[in-house]
Design a binder for this molecule. Structure first.
Ligand code: ZN
Length: 65
């Protein structure tokens, strides 16, 4: 079963789960979609996507494949 966003209940991608861990806390059990993360951090969804690309590029182990 897919994780759901704690804000809007949207189904989450593995990238969204990973970026939530990265931005909030590695041990968090509450995950958020791009839109809810962007709102919480005062960012745009493009910023969140850029952050995902960045962490993937530097080889962050939270981001698989
Ligand atoms: Zn959401």
């Amino acid at each position: 079963m897919a994780d759901l966003c704690c804000g809007c209940r949207a189904a989450l991608t593995s990238d969204e789960v990973a970026i939530t861990r990265r931005l909030i806390n590695r041990g968090t059990t509450r995950f958020y979609c791009r839109s809810c993360l962007a709102e919480a951090f005062g960012l745009t969804t493009e910023d969140v996507d850029r952050a995902i690309s960045y962490y993937r590029r530097i080889g962050c182990t939270l981001f698989r494949n």
